[in-house]
Design a protein around this ligand. Structure first.
Ligand SMILES: [Zn+2]
Length: 242
């Protein structure tokens, strides 16, 4: 699998918010501004056929209307599947009502998009990929999910936004490479992990590769100044082969 780290920043950082592209066609999270940013990086957004949403915070799904409008304006009828938490369609309608009144139905009727909403743990087979969802803990936001994407015998884990909870360790244990929320520069809190949580995980799973994401600028600097052997601090659009 090829993973491109499109964004590894928190909403307050100068780096694009957490978002990843798998094999150029599966997008994990759709933060505000990411569709324009993907074009800036010379990706063709019409190649995206699958979207995984971890949870319904704006910096993880607010650009969904722009992806849909991109398909609509290009008269692109190729199929796109959105795997997302329960309640996504309701919030998406609200986004359209605010930003593009009267257009939701028109766009939905013109493109070939399917939403697969779920509440709990599930396995979804999509061609050669198996998408496994894991419940994680992210403050008051429920549901909040992590994912493990399987292809042949390789597995990549995505924590989504989450505090340090047993589910997060399990994602690392069950994956070859894991992309983990490391928002904070020291300890984590009830919503996010910090550098010290990630340091513990890296020590516990020394044979695993961890990629940090959702970082504030200060967190990124702490991690660069205090490197951990099996921790990658990704650069813009860094490519990882698993
Ligand atoms: Zn969040």
């Amino acid at each position: 699998m090829k993973i491109n780290i499109i964004g590894s920043g928190s909403i307050g950082s100068g780096v694009m918010s957490a978002s990843y592209l798998i094999d150029d066609h599966i997008l994990v999270d759709v933060p505000n501004g990411v569709i324009k940013y993907l074009k800036h990086l010379n990706y063709d957004i019409l190649h995206i056929d699958t979207i995984l949403i971890t949870h319904l915070h704006g910096d993880h799904f607010f650009d969904l209307p722009f992806l849909m409008l991109g398909k609509y304006f290009n008269k692109d009828k190729t199929s796109i599947k959105v795997i997302c938490p329960y309640g996504t369609i309701k919030k998406l309608k609200l986004l359209f009502r605010i930003g593009f009144p009267y257009d939701f139905r028109k766009v939905m009727n013109s493109i070939n998009i399917e939403f697969i909403e779920y509440k709990g743990r599930s396995n979804i087979r999509l061609g050669e990929y198996l998408i496994e969802t894991r419940n994680v803990k992210h403050g008051k936001i429920k549901p909040a999910f992590g994912y493990i994407v399987h292809k042949v015998n390789k597995k990549v884990g995505f924590s989504g936004d989450s505090m340090h909870c047993p589910a997060k360790d399990k994602i690392v244990e069950d994956s070859d490479v894991s992309i983990l929320d490391m928002s904070l520069k020291a300890e984590g809190n009830h919503s996010h992990m910090g550098y010290l949580d990630i340091k513990d995980i890296c020590n516990k799973y020394k044979d695993k590769t961890i990629i940090a994401t959702h970082m504030h600028n200060s967190t990124r600097q702490v991690a660069i100044d205090n490197p951990i052997e099996n921790l990658i601090i990704p650069k813009e659009n860094q490519e990882i082969i698993v």
